[in-house]
Design a protein around this ligand. Structure first.
Ligand SMILES: Cc1cc2nc3c(=O)[nH]c(=O)nc-3n(C[C@H](O)[C@H](O)[C@H](O)COP(=O)(O)O)c2cc1C
Length: 349
C-alpha cells in the first residue's frame, strides 16, 4: 500500500522517539517556548555548555533547563575534552532538572576541533574511551552521546562504535556525516544503520529530516528508534506534531499555508526579542533563523534575497506580507541547492 506521500508505510510498533537537535544560539528558552505552541518533540537538547579549565555553567543556557516551559524532558549537552572538568560540570548539571547529560562529538567548527573537542575528539578514539568511562561513572541521569560518523572518513565509525558499546550509554544520536563533510554532503544512512545494529541502546538518526517524507525514508533506511531534527524544526516548527499525528493515525495533516508561516515568523520575532538589543541587532539575529526558513519562498528566492538587505522592523514585516499572503502554499521541502544541500541524496526508497 502506498501512502499519500509516496513512501510505503512503516510497520510502526511503537512511535519513533522525536528529539529537537541541539543548536547553538537557536535551541534556547525562547525557541522552546515557540516550539511548545506548535507541538513539542519528545525530548529537547540544550545548546552546548562549553567545558574548559575556567568554565562555569552558562546562565542563559541553564535557563532552558530551570525555566523549561514545555513539560518535556531536557538533556544538557556539554562540549570539551578536559576529563576532570567534564566530570565536574556533569555533576553540577545534575543538581538541575536534567533528564540526561549529552557529550558533543560532532561540532565541526575549526576553533572547536583545533582544541580537540567536539568533532575533533573523533580523531582520538582512546581519548573518547577515557571520557566516556569517567562520565559514565558520575552520571546518574541518562548518559547520551551525539556523534558524527568519523572525522575524515565514514570507515572510522566502526572503531568508534566499539568505544561507544563499551560504556553502556543510554542513547546515541548519529549525525550521518563526517566532520569533514560539515553540512553539505548527503547522509550516510548505512553508517547510522550500523550503529542501530551494533549498539544495545536506542539510536536517533540525525541529518536532513525536513518533512514527513524525509522522516519516513530516514527511519526506513536506518531502522533507528527515532529521529533528531534540527534545521527542519526551525523551518517548520509543526514538524513534530505532524510526524506524531502520522505515527498515531497513518493519516497526513493538511500542510500549513504561508499565512501560518507568516504568523510563526512574527511569533519568533517577538519571543526572541531581547530588550537590550537594538532593532538592527534583533533583525540580524532573525536572519539566522530565516536562513533555514526562507529557502524556496518567493520566486527565485526573492524572500531571502530581500530579507538579507533589511535593516528596519517595518521593512522586515512588509517583506513577510509581500511574500506570505494568507492561504498561499509553501513548499513541503526546501530546495537542495540551499543550506539544505545533501537533500538530493534522499530521492528514493
Ligand atoms: C545553527 C546550528 C547550531 C548547531 N549547534 C549544535 C550544538 O550546539 N550541538 C550539537 O551537537 N550540534 C549542533 N548543530 C548540529 C545539529 O544538532 C544537527 O546535528 C545538524 O544540524 C544536522 O541535523 P539537521 O539536518 O536536522 O539540521 C548545530 C547546527 C546548526 C544548523
Amino acid at each position: 500500500m502506498e501512502s499519500p506521500i509516496g513512501v510505503s508505510p512503516l510497520p510502526v510498533t511503537r512511535p519513533p522517539l522525536l528529539a529537537l537537535a541541539p543548536m547553538q544560539e537557536v535551541t534556547d528558552l525562547a525557541f522552546m517556548r515557540v516550539l511548545h505552541t506548535h507541538g513539542d518533540p519528545d525530548l529537547y537538547f540544550t545548546e552546548y555548555f562549553r567545558v574548559h579549565a575556567h568554565s562555569r555553567l552558562d546562565r542563559d543556557i541553564l535557563r532552558s533547563i530551570t525555566e523549561n516551559p514545555t513539560g518535556k524532558p531536557v538533556v544538557a549537552q556539554m562540549i570539551g575534552e578536559d576529563i576532570d572538568r567534564l566530570v565536574t560540570t556533569a555533576t553540577e548539571l545534575q543538581r538541575h532538572p536534567v533528564a540526561g547529560i549529552d557529550l558533543n562529538l560532532g561540532c565541526p567548527a575549526p576553533c572547536v576541533c583545533s582544541k580537540h573537542s567536539g568533532g575533533g575528539l573523533l580523531r582520538n578514539p582512546a581519548k573518547v574511551d577515557a571520557i566516556l568511562e569517567a562520565l559514565r561513572s558520575c552520571i546518574q541521569v541518562a548518559f547520551t552521546v551525539k556523534t558524527r560518523i568519523g572525522y575524515e572518513r565514514p570507515e572510522e565509525f566502526d572503531q568508534l562504535l566499539d568505544v561507544f558499546a563499551r560504556h553502556r550509554i543510554d542513547l546515541l544520536s548519529v549525525h550521518g556525516r563526517t566532520v569533514a563533510e560539515r553540512y553539505q554532503s548527503s547522509i550516510h544512512y548505512d553508517q547510522i544503520r550500523l550503529a542501530v545494529e551494533r549498539l544495545p541502546c536506542p539510536v536517533l538518526a540525525n541529518g536532513n529530516v525536513v518533512s514527513l517524507r524525509t522522516a519516513l525514508l530516514t527511519l526506513k533506511k536506518t531502522g533507528a528508534a527515532g529521529l533528531m531534527i534540527g534545521r527542519g524544526a526551525i523551518r517548520h516548527p509543526w514538524i513534530f506534531a505532524h510526524l506524531r499525528h502520522y505515527f498515531a493515525t497513518g493519516t497526513v495533516l493538511p500542510p500549513p499555508d504561508s499565512g501560518e508561516l507568516r504568523r510563526y515568523i512574527e511569533q519568533l520575532y517577538r519571543e526572541t526579542r531581547n530588550e537590550d538589543a537594538t532593532a538592527l541587532q534583533h533583525i540580524t539575529r532573525m536572519k539566522r533563523y530565516l536562513n533555514f526558513i526562507a529557502p524556496g519562498l518567493g520566486q527565485n528566492e526573492r524572500f531571502l534575497h530581500e530579507m538579507k538587505r533589511v535593516r528596519e522592523e517595518a521593512e522586515f514585516f512588509a517583506i513577510c506580507d509581500r511574500h506570505l499572503e494568507k492561504g498561499g502554499a509553501i513548499p513541503a521541502e526546501p530546495p537542495a541547492e540551499s543550506v539544505f544541500a545533501g537533500l538530493a541524496g534522499l530521492d528514493s526508497e
